[in-house]
Design a protein around this ligand. Structure first.
Ligand SMILES: CC(C)(COP(=O)(O)OP(=O)(O)OC[C@H]1O[C@@H](n2cnc3c(N)ncnc32)[C@H](O)[C@@H]1OP(=O)(O)O)[C@@H](O)C(=O)NCCC(=O)NCCS
Length: 217
């Protein structure tokens, strides 16, 4: 982490999301909710990313997630093609929490700002927070450094279905100004996000309820 990034992080508070991270690298794109017609493109994105990044055997879980009404998936389109996909749902255990799931970018487009756009879009599409939002995610390892740059902090490990494999758990919180910034950064970077009539559903409970999931515990 650079000295500037370290100073910024210390000043903002540990675990608070910094939506400005990497904002200048975000390319113009179109982000909209997943539609059934995106299924093949999204499964292909998963398969292209699977090796070394997702544990084997999760394609069906990913497909089920795409089809589930309890999770919202957004797709990022570049030149009319699906270039990235990622999901979000509100956590049933915590009214101020959301989970980010299965975020991925087409491999040849990695490190071109699309993952950053997808992260900001998923947060921007949440309703205005009352107080703050907690964003949670589980990582098999490969993307930890990406999320840590935004302020996500490791808070434990838990086992997830279908095979109860252990994942690293990360969380960050957003104050109302951070939530507002997510949308305004996308707007400035000419990312067109379809928000009208889009709602983030309440999703499945995380099996391990013993984990501390909020700052207050
Ligand atoms: C993780 C992922 C979504 C990031 O998207 P991206 O479009 O590549 O990321 P961005 O271009 O917005 O940001 C890239 C910056 O993040 C940082 N970064 C750190 N670790 C990274 C990693 N593993 N992958 C990509 N960026 C990483 C770097 O600073 C990088 O900037 P640099 O290229 O100048 O060094 C994408 O790499 C991906 O699809 N990975 C495979 C699937 C996956 O692991 N998903 C996460 C599930 S929890």
């Amino acid at each position: 982490m650079s000295v500037v990034a370290w100073l910024k992080r210390s000043f903002r508070g540990q675990g608070r999301l910094d939506p400005t991270t990497g904002m200048l690298g975000i390319p113009s794109s179109n982000i909209r909710p997943f539609a059934k017609s995106d299924m093949d493109a999204c499964r292909s994105l998963y398969t292209q990313n699977e090796r070394g990044r997702f544990p084997p055997g999760y394609l069906q879980t990913f497909t089920d997630s795409l089809e589930s009404p309890a999770q919202l998936f957004l797709v990022v389109e570049l030149l009319g093609q699906v270039a990235a996909v990622g999901g979000i749902y509100r956590t049933p255990e915590s009214p101020q929490g959301c989970s980010l799931v299965f975020g991925m970018v087409r491999p040849e487009l990695h490190r071109k700002g699309l993952g950053t756009a997808l992260l900001l879009a998923r947060l921007a599409i949440l309703p205005r927070p009352t107080g703050l939002w907690w964003a949670f995610l589980s990582s098999a390892g490969g993307s930890s450094a990406f999320f840590e740059r935004f302020g996500f902090q490791h808070y434990g490990r838990h086992a997830l279905p279908p095979d109860m494999r252990e994942f690293d758990c990360y969380r960050a919180y957003l104050e109302e100004s951070d939530w507002t910034a997510c949308a305004s950064i996308l707007h400035k970077r000419r990312v067109f996000l379809t928000r009208e009539a889009v709602q983030v559903p309440i999703g499945p409970a995380i099996p391990n309820t013993s984990l501390e999931r909020t700052r207050e515990g």
